[in-house]
Design a protein around this ligand. Structure first.
Ligand code: AMP
Ligand code: ZN
Length: 116
C-alpha cells in the first residue's frame, strides 16, 4: 500500500481527525476508534512501515521508544500499576487491517487470556 493511501499517515499529517495522546518527532499515539477495553491506544512510528516483516536495521530504531511511550501513556491513563497488554498484529493471519505498523496498548480491565 502506498503511504498516500494510508489512514494512519493521514492521522500523522492531521488530514483526518484523531484524539492524540502523545506525539514527538518519531512516534505518535492516538485513541483507537473502536476500543476493545477502557484504555485502547495505538502507538505508531511516523515513518510508513507496513508491518513487522518490513522492519530492518535502518528503520527499526524507533522500537524502544514505543515501549517508553507505552509506559508514559499507561501512567497518564492510570493503568501502570495494574498492568496492560501491548499487541502487534502482522499480516493476514495475524489479523492486521491497517498496513502501517502499530502497537495496541490495551488495559483498564482484566483482559481475557485470548484477546485479538
Ligand atoms: P489491526 O487489526 O491490528 O490492523 O488494528 C487496526 C486498528 O485501527 C483497529 O483497532 C481499528 O479500530 C483502528 N482504527 C482504524 N481506523 C482508525 C482511525 N481512523 N482512528 C483510530 N483508530 C483506527
Ligand atoms: Zn502509513
Amino acid at each position: 500500500m502506498k503511504k498516500e493511501d494510508c489512514i494512519f499517515c493521514k492521522i500523522i499529517n492531521k488530514e483526518i481527525p484523531s484524539t492524540i495522546v502523545y506525539e514527538d518527532d518519531e512516534v505518535i499515539a492516538f485513541e483507537d476508534i473502536n476500543p476493545i477495553a477502557p484504555v485502547h491506544v495505538l502507538i505508531i512510528p511516523k515513518e510508513h512501515i507496513e508491518m513487522v516483516t518490513e522492519l530492518n536495521e535502518e528503520n527499526s530504531k524507533f522500537l524502544p521508544k514505543i515501549y517508553l511511550v507505552a509506559n508514559k501513556i499507561a501512567e497518564i491513563k492510570g493503568i501502570k500499576e495494574k498492568g496492560f497488554r501491548i499487541i502487534v498484529n502482522c499480516g493476514e493471519d495475524g489479523g492486521q487491517e491497517v498496513h502501517h505498523i502499530h502497537f495496541h496498548l490495551i488495559g483498564g480491565k482484566k483482559l481475557p487470556v485470548n484477546v485479538l
